[in-house]
Design a protein around this ligand. Structure first.
Ligand SMILES: [Zn+2]
Length: 490
């Protein structure tokens, strides 16, 4: 057994999806909501901000970044869609979504009000978030520490945001519209803001040496943050210190590459607004204050526990195909509702994680011994026989391999095409449930009926799916499909 299989098996056992009903979605929060802080505007509204072109950083796909640091005390942000709108556009699972907010590079100490000088373009709403998200804290009693508190501000001027729980945390920002093209919000932290800077690494702007200097200069900051166009990492400062020798430029480059690979897998190729990458970041919260076991994905963030931190912040470990932990969590955010089926969610998200592994390591998504075992398993499996055994831990990776055989047979466009069909709602009368929708969308993208292959490999296919597939009148799958592998076969 390889270390890869061992490590992944632990991940599968530990990973969970936490949806805590008591956390109100940002988009549903009015400024006066009970969980939001009070806000008071006392100064006249200045003019709207036109962004300084010199501050615009290109994202990986050429579009401008959302966040721009003008000075240490002033940041500018461009408008983003609501996370709920992105969940609808991407047809993903509500409760496992991208982060609405970006990091401001500041934290608010306990018992402190936050004072900001803000310029908000007409029609815009500035959302101020305070806190460090980790639902395990909320679940185990210290609820205030586990929820980010959001306050909406719509008027420019000096504003005071009261942290309702009074426990402080990082400061986050978002601008939502409608605002005119080219308009941005400017947020300044005056000397009297109450907030204090934290070690903050902005990819392409901050050098690793500057970041290490900040770690030394800001000993009271509880946490440090690293941000790229699609990536936000929140770490305990002690964790950042521990891994400070890891080149932060390269570290964020790996995260950006992995996310780009998963975005490509799901067909976010920019061919239309519906199929474009999201401007909202993937927020990884490295939680060292409570051992959450492995990792989990929730609303607007993915929490990575101490067990996985070592693999997730060390360049040499990320370069190995063994460690897919954080990319698996990204998969939970990528996964459409139509692919989220009964009993196999933890396996099909590894399709996304494996795409990241291929991009980051240049190696196949699964190692050769795992594939060899999978081919043996699949060769012996018959549709509808011993399904419970197929779904047992002993065969989990064989099931992942089985799903990916369709990509290997049909080409890399297969998964992208399938996700585009889902976002296009190509089969509007189809039930969204994964057991029904997944085999139908997969068949349509592949160009042949994959339902028998799904059933051979222990994935359920509902009678409704089979009925629907008869109306598509697709040919049967190629006979060699169950023999396909990422590794050359003799
Ligand atoms: Zn998982």
């Amino acid at each position: 057994m390889t270390s890869r299989v061992r490590s992944r098996r632990v991940l599968l056992a530990a990973c969970s999806i936490v949806i805590v009903a008591t956390v109100t979605p940002l988009s549903a929060l009015p400024a006066t909501a009970a969980t939001a802080g009070a806000v008071t505007a006392v100064a006249p509204a200045p003019d709207a901000v036109a962004l300084d072109p010199a501050l615009v950083l290109a994202r990986g796909d050429g579009s401008p970044s959302v966040f721009y640091r003008k000075t240490r005390e002033t940041v500018e942000i461009s408008a983003v869609p609501l996370d709920t709108a992105e969940t609808a556009r991407l047809a993903t699972v509500p409760g496992q979504h991208l982060s609405q907010v970006v990091a401001a590079g500041y934290y608010l100490p306990k018992g402190t009000d936050l004072v900001l000088d803000v310029v908000i373009p007409p029609g815009g709403t500035l959302t101020v978030g305070i806190g460090t998200p980790d639902m395990t804290i909320a679940d185990t009693g210290d609820k205030a520490k586990g929820e980010m508190r959001f306050t909406d501000v719509s008027a420019s001027g000096r504003v005071t945001v009261t942290d309702t729980y009074g426990v402080g945390g990082e400061v986050y920002l978002a601008l939502t519209g409608p605002v005119a093209a080219g308009q941005h919000a400017r947020v300044a932290f005056p000397a009297s803001s109450g907030a204090r800077p934290l070690p903050f690494f902005q990819w392409g702007v901050t050098t690793p040496a500057q970041f290490r200097q900040q770690l030394g200069d800001l000993p009271d900051a509880p946490r440090a943050q690293l941000m790229g166009p699609h990536t936000l990492l929140t770490l305990e400062r002690a964790t950042a210190l521990k891994y400070q020798d890891q080149d932060q430029d390269r570290l964020l480059a790996i995260y950006e590459k992995a996310i780009a690979a998963e975005d490509a897998l799901v067909g976010l190729d920019g061919s239309s607004p519906r199929h474009s990458r999201s401007p909202l970041p993937f927020h990884f919260v490295f939680s060292d204050y409570l051992d959450i076991g492995g990792a989990y994905t929730s609303k607007g963030f993915m929490a990575i526990g101490p067990t996985w931190t070592y693999w997730s912040l060390k360049l040499a470990e990320l370069a190995k195909p063994d460690h897919e932990a954080v990319w698996h969590e990204v998969g939970h955010v990528q996964q459409p509702r139509a692919v989220s089926g009964t009993g196999y969610t933890e396996r099909d998200v590894d399709i996304y994680g494996n795409a990241a592994i291929r991009a980051v390591t240049g190696q196949p998504g699964l190692d050769k011994s795992t594939w060899d075992k999978a081919l043996d398993d699949i060769a012996g499996w018959k549709a509808g026989v011993d399904d419970a055994a197929k779904r047992s831990d002993a065969h989990r990776w064989s099931q992942v391999a089985c799903l990916d055989q369709i990509r290997i047979q049909s080409g890399d466009r297969y998964w992208a095409d399938m996700h585009k069909l889902i976002r296009d709602n190509a089969f509007p009368t189809l039930k969204a449930q994964g057991d029904t929708a997944f085999p139908v969308y997969a068949s349509a993208a592949a160009g042949y009926n994959v339902a028998p292959h799904f059933e051979r490999c222990g994935y359920p296919v509902t009678p409704d799916a089979k009925t629907y597939l008869t109306t598509l009148n697709l040919p049967t799958a190629p006979a060699e499909l169950p023999t396909r592998s990422e590794w050359p076969q003799p």
